[in-house]
Design a protein. Sequence first.
Length: 326
Amino acid sequence: MESPKRTCETIANVDVTAVCDIVPGKAQKALDDLGLEAKDYSDYHDLVKDPDVDVVVCTASNEAHYEVVMAALKEGKFTFCEKPLALDAKQCMDIIEEEKKQGRRMLQVGFMRHYAPEYVQMKKMIDDGVIGQPLMIDERHYNQTQPEEYDSTRSIIETAIHEIDLNHWLISDDYKNIRVFSPLQTRHVQNKDIKDPQIVMMETKKGINIYLQVFVRCQYGYDIKCDVIGEEGVLELPTVPQVATRLDAQYSTKILTDWKARFESAYDIEFRDFIDHVSQGNSPEGPSAWDGYIAAVTADAALVSLENDGEKQDLDFPERPEFYKD
Ligand code: ISE
């Protein structure tokens, strides 16, 4: 008899043994689409307790991250959780306390841009002093039309969270304060309470200024920009190479519309790195619960600012605990 197909084709050493989704039939459909066979649980508690499951990957909606991650850690399972780690800093701190009970790192957060080759190169160039001291960062995070329920909070905790997490890593500096403004609202928002676009401004301890435009109902595509302006020059994040067309008196290149396609290689490299570690029984080394916590503290302050017409919110972070030091 043919054995069930469980192996993941993109990442070595992964057998999908069980899946779970709150919506009946959804996980099974994903298995069918991928031609995989696995147990289909309706309750994630059963999945995390299953002795055949060594590693839990949580890609549930933001609201469910906390409970799933806590349950997986309580079972002593290595866990990968999509960003944001949880809904706020308090929940992230609870997760940290739970992870510490295991005596070593068990969790990685899906801040995949740390693995995007273009950001890795940018960080190395900044560290090597190629542009001298960075002075400013100018960024854009545009998404093509999100559903109506994608509210102002999600623009921060689900979208801007990438840059919030990434910038302090890129320039090796901590944030001092954050402000969020809402300019004229796009007509593509039906619910008048939703603030879209938003402008996030951050200042670091050294005085580096960061200016990020977040726009989740951009009509033309998915567009990510990151320019780091230094004393000696500028670093510009490249876009994904697309074949250029010269046709009918026009020269054009495509703009991608899907964030999964824009960062496809980063997702694969990220997950391969996580699996390379945990499949050997080793702790993951990618973005940690502490990184998730720092991002959540910053996002919490951003939301307060947004609700208070861009009022500056000072940020103060505890020192990175020994447990999370490299
Ligand atoms: C989505 O969850 C992501 O993680 C994407 O990278 C981001 O661009 C998008 O705004 C989020 O909704």
